[in-house]
Design a protein around this ligand. Structure first.
Ligand SMILES: [Zn+2]
Length: 477
């Protein structure tokens, strides 16, 4: 009996090894990895000499149709998942963010509706936000008992990961509420994904900046003329306070036994704090970084139009970036995501006079795999297997996505035929996000996905999207 599809003459890359193989697919699943010299009987044959075949990318941190106080992010689910597919990502995890008082399951239903045009498979993290309004006292919002009790139902509805914030007024939890959610997550065997910065310190520094920029001059070693300087965004979110928050969050995980992934680590000191916890034997805390921390630095924030490169936590120094690559190699960081958060020029321009008003986020769902291949593998910092482990395999296991991110027979046939010779110059027009700028403009990458397969279906052929809207499935975890 023949296979539905076979990819021949390529080098298979897994999280453990790289070897020549024919990858055979039947009924949407990987059927076998065959000896490359064997004859193969398949309905459709893709010959891929000189290419790699790897598991479809898993991007477990992206924001499509993100509703914020200043506007909607640029990519809806049709455009955003199409861009993901073209870049070799076949599974993504986005967010359900209920408003205060909105039942969690109602928020999930609304989000599923928005996501219905998706062309790749997707899951959701549940953002657990404080919902008790303290009134005009100026105190922080707290988390109600009722909200905490809803988490069991959300877990049952397929949301296996909870997003918590220790920064952003309105979103951040008190330390006490953080511990309450962690204890509940541990009881429900959910993974906590945490935005770990010290929100109180950041708010104070931002207010201080509005009054006096003298301290910023000292820190930066040059005059900072006005609040339009985007470097203030980084100076008011210093790595020292991020490091403190990481220690605090890990302590809460140790106290409760919760499994916790620290989202978007971009600086050396907080990542070192995670490494120290691991070295002490704390084996249930994990780290994520994002492609932009590995490829861009805070020099971008010193540009006149630096507001475009604002994201949180901010881009850091070259020394931080160098350390981050070492920390990746040392295994302290588990996964690389995009944190794709595309805001238009218009929303970025809102921060032209005052950095505090600009939209915060960097697009990157499409070039993630290729950026890490180019700057990681080609430059000798990572092996091919490291690349696949960090971008495909480990995100799937950590976020509870069985059958994704692996070339194991029986797994979903989510595959990327990646051509290391294919060159691509990044700019807004050559990428498929709806956003009207790119943080990577002018960078030429060597290596790009040629074909992409999702559950046995060819959804990208020769860099052209073939996928039908709505073919993506919601992954209950
Ligand atoms: Zn994010």
């Amino acid at each position: 009996m023949g296979y539905d599809l076979a990819i021949t003459r390529a080098t298979a890359i897994t999280a453990d090894a790289a070897f020549p193989a024919t990858v055979a697919v039947s009924e949407g699943r990987i059927a076998a990895l065959l000896d490359p010299r064997a004859q193969v009987d398949a309905e459709r044959l893709i010959e891929a000499p000189g290419c790699y075949v790897l598991p479809g990318g898993v991007d477990a941190h992206a924001h499509l149709s993100l509703h914020t106080g200043i506007g909607l992010s640029a990519d809806d689910w049709r455009v955003g998942t199409g861009a993901a597919a073209l870049g070799g990502t076949t599974t993504m995890v986005d967010f359900v963010e209920p408003t205060p008082g909105q039942p969690l399951l109602e928020a999930l239903a609304a989000r599923l509706e928005e996501a219905s045009p998706a062309v790749i498979d997707y899951g959701f993290h549940l953002s657990v936000l404080p919902d008790l309004d303290p009134g005009p006292t100026g105190a922080m919002r707290r988390l109600s008992d009722a909200r905490l009790r809803e988490l069991r139902g959300a877990r049952g509805a397929g949301l296996a990961t909870f997003k918590l914030y220790l920064a952003y007024a309105g979103n951040m939890l008190t330390d006490g509420d953080f511990v309450r959610v962690l204890a509940e997550a541990a009881a429900l065997d959910a993974l906590v994904c945490a935005h770990v910065e010290n929100g109180d310190v950041i708010e104070t520094l931002r207010q201080q900046a509005a009054l006096d920029l003298g301290w910023a001059r000292q820190r930066e070693g040059r005059p900072i003329a006005d609040l339009g300087a985007a470097i203030l965004h980084a100076l008011t979110r210093p790595p020292e306070s991020e490091r403190e928050s990481v220690v605090r969050a890990i302590s809460a995980a140790e106290l409760t036994g919760a499994r916790m992934l620290i989202f978007h680590l971009g600086a050396a000191a907080p990542t070192r704090a995670l490494g120290e916890a691991r070295a002490r034997g704390v084996d249930h805390v994990y780290g994520e970084t994002c492609a932009h921390y590995l490829t861009l630095t805070d020099d971008a924030l010193r540009r006149e139009d630096g507001r475009f490169w604002m994201c949180s936590p901010p881009l850091r120094s070259q020394a931080d970036q160098d350390a981050l690559w070492q920390q990746l190699r040392a295994g302290i960081i588990d996964v690389i995501s995009s944190d794709h958060c595309p805001f238009s020029r218009a929303l970025k321009d809102a921060g032209r006079q005052d950095f505090r008003r600009g939209a915060n986020g960097i697009p990157g769902i499409e070039p993630r795999l290729s950026l890490i291949h180019h700057f990681g593998v080609r430059s000798g910092r990572l092996t091919l297997s490291d690349w696949v482990r960090l971008c495909c395999t480990r995100p799937a296991t950590l976020h509870g996505l069985p059958g994704k991110g692996t070339l194991t027979p029986g797994a979903d046939a989510d595959l990327v035929v990646f051509d290391p010779q294919l060159r691509k110059t990044l700019e807004a027009d050559s990428l498929h996000s709806a956003v009207d700028w790119s943080p990577y403009t002018g960078i030429t990458l060597e290596g790009w996905p040629r074909h992409v397969i999702s559950r046995g279906e060819l959804i990208v052929r020769d860099q052209t999207l073939l996928a039908r809207d709505g073919r993506g499935r919601f992954l209950r975890r």
